[in-house]
Design a protein around this ligand. Structure first.
Ligand SMILES: Nc1ncnc2c1ncn2[C@@H]1O[C@H](COP(=O)(O)OP(=O)(O)OP(=O)(O)O)[C@@H](O)[C@H]1O
Length: 668
């Protein structure tokens, strides 16, 4: 009954008030899977939590030990010895009070209590000194654990297969792990040391109390239980609330980034999107505030209940002590020592319960990080080359023939296929052009060829070897990409170009030739700081580039990485001016007979001399052949060609000035 009452206090995401707006506008706010998990935690009992403690302790100590065995041992040993000093001090108090209060004090009795008082002073000083040392060890441990935890996180995030980033659950868990989970792993280590310290102190007080009067020991624990229950319950309420809000916070963060980052600043103003974004932000912040109010109310009710029960329990403890005193079971001197011990004991118990609570709370968040680690590690391990390692792990040579055999592909979470039964062959020295309307699957095929995603079915063979089953490290060095989506790396021009070979020392000759071939050399040499120019206007001395200049840099990056392997160029000239476009196509043409090139372009005059032109329609390969074959075929390609020819003819009609006609190929 009481449990039910408290359960009702747990805040849930509900459609109400301002939240209605968000749910209507931004539907992906609630994640059922997360919430189901949260429900599980919510229904966890105090004892179930207590049962989790040993595992949490093991995990935290394992993490700390891996980060630094020496500082972990120092923190634990110093805290334990400090606990022994506490017991000694308490026993010394008991001894001194027993001597002093046995009868009215005399100078003799004061001298008799001298050794106990000296022991008390020494033990108290030792406890303080050891506590200081333990704190120092703990603080040294903290950054070591943090560094290790973050390093492991980024190792996983960068190694995880690309498809994981299309999965909303993965994204939520990544955010959970990054936001709080990783920090919680670090905090958990500190919490465990605090827990050990508090437990040692409680044990010390319990030992001292047992020696003074054993009846008081269970009373000490009984008095602390309500506070402990309230602390743990509060932590659980907060955790459930946080976890159920993760999707909304992710969305809130995204809206904030859209409002305050430079890359969105132009579009936001062009389209006057500020008010709408602010409205979304306000609605989500309102919902967050409401959720905060809910949790504050629930926690306050829980804590108040705990404190009332705890107050009653403390009163009962002192009642028992008075009763023991009244019945003569405990002499006055012992009662005085017991009051001191109980005072210290309840402080230590409070610390212990706070420590248990914090371990539990951080343990819940650290579990998010562990969950993410497991999810990421599972995805990494599920890759065929890891699940079934090849017998010969050596690197593959530059391929002579690449065969795409009956390849189909569906993006994670999608019902429809982006590619269906595509088959084609690319020979070394040949250029194959992929053409087709928007969304027909060209980039997807390029992504499969680059190994970004494995096909859902079918095979991609390099000289007969199925590369989708083997370690990409064996063949990806032969693949260079000029991507459709130009990544604006905020580095120097040099680093931005040599990123694809950043593990090798910079090769100035190759840097210059890649930049020249991409039409980027004059631009780079014209920068204030030349190759060392920082390409990020948000930093001192940094600058920004035009869309076409970024694209030239992106081409230079692809060309610098390329070593006569497979070059995938996806709309490499979309933002280029006519001169830069012609220069880039000259570069691509120069690969003929030497290396394989896959070129994606909507500008058909750029592809007329490709050895093969593959037409994709709704993910299917519908036409394959040379330009002449396909024009004669009177299919989609011929139709697209005629359309472009017509618009160019119109532009080049007398009195109009336009760009070259498709009959003047860029690829001559
Ligand atoms: N990461 C993704 N997740 C889900 N669907 C995707 C993803 N990327 C692309 N798609 C879908 O796959 C289909 C093929 O997209 P693709 O990018 O390959 O087309 P494309 O032919 O390169 O188009 P464009 O000419 O516009 O560049 C489209 O329907 C697209 O919506």
């Amino acid at each position: 009954m009481a449990l039910e009452w408290f359960r009702r206090l747990v805040p849930r995401q509900r459609k109400r008030g301002s939240e209605d707006t968000i749910v209507d506008e931004l539907p992906v706010l609630e994640d059922i899977a997360w919430y189901r998990h949260a429900d599980e935690v919510e229904s966890a009992s105090f004892w179930r939590m207590a049962r989790r403690l040993p595992r949490l302790l093991r995990q935290a100590l394992g993490t700390a030990w891996a980060a630094s065995p020496a500082w972990t041992a120092a923190a634990l040993i110093l805290n334990t010895v400090a606990g022994i000093a506490t017991t000694t001090a308490l026993l010394a108090v008991s001894d001194a009070t027993a001597t002093l209060f046995a009868a009215p004090p005399t100078w003799d009795r004061i001298f008799d209590a001298g050794p106990a008082l000296v022991l008390l002073a020494v033990a108290s000083a030792a406890r303080s000194g050891l506590g200081l040392g333990a704190g120092y060890a703990q603080q040294r441990l903290d950054p070591l654990v943090l560094n290790r935890t973050e390093r492991e996180f980024y190792e996983l995030v960068t190694a995880v297969p690309r498809a994981a980033f299309d999965d909303d659950q993965f994204a939520d868990r990544l955010k959970g792990a990054k936001d709080r989970g990783s920090r919680a792993v670090v905090d958990l280590v500190g919490d465990v040391v605090d827990l050990v310290t508090a437990a040692v102190t409680v044990a010390a007080v319990a030992v001292a109390l047992t020696i003074i009067q054993p009846v008081l020991v269970p009373l000490l624990f009984a008095a602390a239980l309500p506070t402990g229950w309230a602390a743990v319950r509060s932590a659980r309420l907060m955790y459930v609330s946080n976890r159920s809000r993760v999707s909304r916070r992710r969305r809130l963060w995204m809206v904030e980034v859209l409002m305050d980052t430079r890359w969105a600043a132009d579009d936001l103003r062009y389209h006057e999107a500020g008010p709408w974004l602010r409205g979304q932000h306000r609605a989500m912040v309102d919902a967050e505030t409401q959720a905060d109010f809910d949790i504050i109310r629930s926690q306050t009710v829980t804590r108040a209940t705990g404190q009332i029960l705890s107050g009653l329990a403390v009163a009962a403890v002192y009642g028992v002590l008075l009763w023991l005193l009244a019945t003569g079971t405990v002499p006055l001197a012992v009662a005085a020592a017991a009051v001191v011990a109980l005072g210290q004991g309840s402080a230590a118990m409070a610390n212990l319960l706070v420590a248990v609570n914090t371990v539990y709370e951080d343990g819940l968040y650290a579990a998010d990080r562990h969950e993410f680690d497991t999810l990421a590690a599972d995805r990494i391990a599920a890759q065929p080359h890891i699940a079934a390692p090849a017998k010969d792990p050596g690197p593959l040579p530059v391929p002579e023939i690449i065969e795409v055999v009956d390849v189909s592909f569906r993006y994670p979470g999608k019902d429809t296929e982006a590619l269906t039964g595509v088959s084609l062959t690319i020979r070394r020295g040949e250029t194959i052009a992929l053409v087709g309307e928007n969304g027909s699957g060209k980039t997807t095929l390029a992504k499969l060829l680059s190994g970004l995603y494995p096909p859902t079915s079918g095979r991609i063979l390099w000289d007969g070897v199925d590369i989708t089953r083997i370690d990409p490290g064996r063949w990806r060095p032969h693949v260079a990409v000029i991507a459709q989506q130009v990544q604006r790396w905020p580095f120097t021009a040099e680093l931005s170009v040599r990123l694809g070979r950043s593990h090798e020392p910079a090769n100035p000759g190759r840097l210059r030739s890649a930049a020249r071939d991409a039409g980027a050399l004059a631009m780079i040499e014209g920068f204030d700081n030349g190759w060392q120019q920082l390409l990020d206007a948000e930093y001192r001395g940094g600058t920004d580039l035009s869309g076409g200049q970024w694209q030239r840099l992106s081409s230079a990056r692809g060309l610098y990485r390329d070593h006569d392997g497979l070059l995938l160029a996806d709309e490499p000239s979309a933002a280029l001016d006519a001169r830069a476009e012609a220069a880039l196509f000259d570069t691509l043409r120069a690969r003929a007979g030497r290396a394989a090139t896959v070129l994606i372009s909507h500008r058909l005059q750029g592809v007329v001399h490709a050895d093969q032109i593959a037409v994709l329609e709704e993910g299917k390969l519908t036409e394959l052949g040379t330009h002449v074959d396909l024009v004669a075929n009177h299919g989609t390609y011929s139709e697209l060609w005629a359309l472009q020819a017509r618009s160019y003819a119109a532009l080049s009609a007398p009195g109009r000035c336009g760009r070259d006609s498709p009959t003047t190929p860029l690829w001559t």
